[in-house]
Design a protein around this ligand. Sequence first.
Ligand code: SAM
Ligand code: SF4
Length: 330
Amino acid sequence: MAPLVDGWGREIGSVRVSVTDKCNFRCRYCMPADGLEWLPHAELLTFEEIARLVRVLAAMGVGEVRLTGGEPLARRGLPELVALLSTVDGVHDLSLTTNGVLLDRLAAPLVRAGLTRLNVSLDSLNHVRFAQMTRRDALDRVLAGLEEAERHPQLRPIKVNCVAVRGFTEIEVPALAELARRKPYVVRFIEFMPLDADEAWRGDEVLSGAEIRALVEARWGPLVELPTKASSTARRFRFADGIGELGFVSPVSEPFCSACDRIRVTADGQLRTCLFSRREWDLKGPLRAGASDAELEQLIRHAVRHKELKHRINDAGFVRASRSMSQIGG
Ligand code: SAM
Ligand code: SF4
């Protein structure tokens, strides 16, 4: 079957599927303290509906599937979905992004179901500061989740994601870099993007990847850059002595839109062609109205032809996305 190609000639190889908009954390860069209005359960795609979409996408060459949310592990029975997706022809990479708080219980069933990769969010290794950022006192549980994930060699690499916010993250950098050296984790710093539901983001709060790299290099000496796939969002570096790997995801200071190969499906079945889309394409309606696979394929191809060229975070007059990060699926 023909690959899925956007109007700018980029081939789509990766889909992020949100399984819920709900979350048990309230990270400041993502959600308001009081949470958001959750979607009614009937609006969420069922596991069978998600698997059907993934089958249609995989047939077009979208072989990389990442489950996210909200907090994906808060969706009951998630290992059942992983088991369904791991048998889809053409899916060669099945991964999950989680805040890690339920991971100590769920790592084993997820691995049994066929999960092969994991990203865990972690902004601080200090209990008080972790709670300041996530508004939950849950550092020990997240660390226990990471330890449990480590016991499963099938889950590699384990990536630890930290959203870099100026005035907060600078102090965390040495401990997080040490973590990358001490543990088999790739620690990645992600620039803060204007996707927070509070709409408090300001450009000067973005702590860039280059600034963090300079902090690391001041302590450990020059980092050595590693090769990446063209579509990779992160630049990868190892320490000069070969112990540990760091990644920098810098969508604001070093946009990677020209190589973007991603689309997203929200928990309520809307196709988004960019994190910063103002427009969504309804897949749930047609799915539930009995659309054939060929009709779904045509709909997806049409939407993808309209994929945005790039985000405009740095442009005057930038307009925020129509939903915030936890509602989209980061
Ligand atoms: N709840 C899970 C978690 O936190 O890993 C999965 C969903 S979360 C929305 C996915 C990723 O988006 C996390 O790594 C999170 O840190 C990141 N994120 C959330 N808000 C962000 C923002 N405003 N800018 C950059 N990254 C953000
Ligand atoms: Fe929840 Fe993840 Fe958003 Fe934090 S970043 S509030 S854990 S969805």
